[in-house]
Design a protein around this ligand. Structure first.
Ligand SMILES: NC(=O)c1ccc[n+]([C@@H]2O[C@H](COP(=O)([O-])OP(=O)(O)OC[C@H]3O[C@@H](n4cnc5c(N)ncnc54)[C@H](OP(=O)(O)O)[C@@H]3O)[C@@H](O)[C@H]2O)c1
Length: 214
């Protein structure tokens, strides 16, 4: 049995992962979020889950929350994502924690081809630069990380994905949050999976100049 710390635990992918964890595994969950009251009912109704208050830039609070966990899953966002990555790494070092799953985005290595790649870069702008900087500090660390680079996210209730590695051209335009959540849960059950890898994740056969809904 493992204990997983989920940072940004009220995020959309995180919420899906939390439900998969409690429905299909015996992992303990520590839910780290701002305004922790939002997940109080969920934590109270699942004996293996607890919710703790915290900001992902607060290194001391992060380290405190990490003391008894086996894996850190960061489902974070924001312009200060690089600062959040630095704080998470510092806290993990302080607590001798090694396994990190980090949700990033497509495009951080300029790996998205053709017209979709140009569109993606234009629409996402500084967001990609910030996410690339965050991914770099993680890759430059000695942590046992998995960086997940999802395609444009959908709320389709499906698990249907394929993976590309860093250095390969990104495929497709979309993927479901449910697929990303399942990958996170799979890694927590088998921590050697995608160890020190940065994976692109897309739904097969969704190539196009833009996501289908644009
Ligand atoms: N939308 C897309 O098509 C797409 C594609 C690829 C990748 N992504 C990225 O995938 C990631 C996960 O997606 P998602 O849909 O789960 O995102 P989400 O629902 O926006 O979740 C992100 C979470 O980060 C939390 N957060 C931000 N700053 C924080 C801080 N300083 N301390 C603690 N928590 C903080 C937010 O907390 P609060 O609830 O407190 O605000 C939010 O719950 C995001 O980074 C997103 O940008 C998105």
């Amino acid at each position: 049995m493992s204990k997983v710390l989920i940072l940004g635990a009220n995020g959309k992918i995180a919420r899906l992962a939390e439900h998969i964890f409690v429905d299909t595994t015996d992992s303990d969950l520590k839910l780290y979020l701002r305004n922790a009251d939002r997940l109080k009912d969920f934590a109270d109704s699942h004996t293996l889950a607890e919710a703790v208050e915290g900001d992902a830039t607060d290194t001391t609070n992060l380290a405190d929350a990490m003391k008894d966990v086996d894996l850190v899953y960061a489902n974070l966002a924001g312009n200060n994502i690089e600062s959040q990555a630095r704080a998470v790494i510092e806290a993990m070092h302080a607590e001798n924690k090694t396994r990190l799953v980090w949700i990033s985005t497509l495009g951080i290595y300029d790996e998205v081809p053709g017209k979709f790649g140009e569109w993606n870069k234009k629409v996402l702008g500084d967001y990609i630069t910030n996410y690339a900087a965050a991914a770099k500090v993680i890759e430059d660390s000695d942590l046992d990380y998995t960086i997940i680079r999802p395609a444009w996210l959908t709320d389709k209730p499906e698990v249907d994905y394929e993976v590309t590695q860093k250095g390969e051209t990104f495929k497709g335009t979309e993927v479901s949050r449910r697929s990303i959540a399942q990958i996170v849960v799979d890694i927590a059950q088998d921590p050697d999976k995608y160890s020190r890898e940065s994976i692109g994740v897309n739904k097969p056969n969704t190539d196009g100049d833009k996501p289908a809904w644009y």
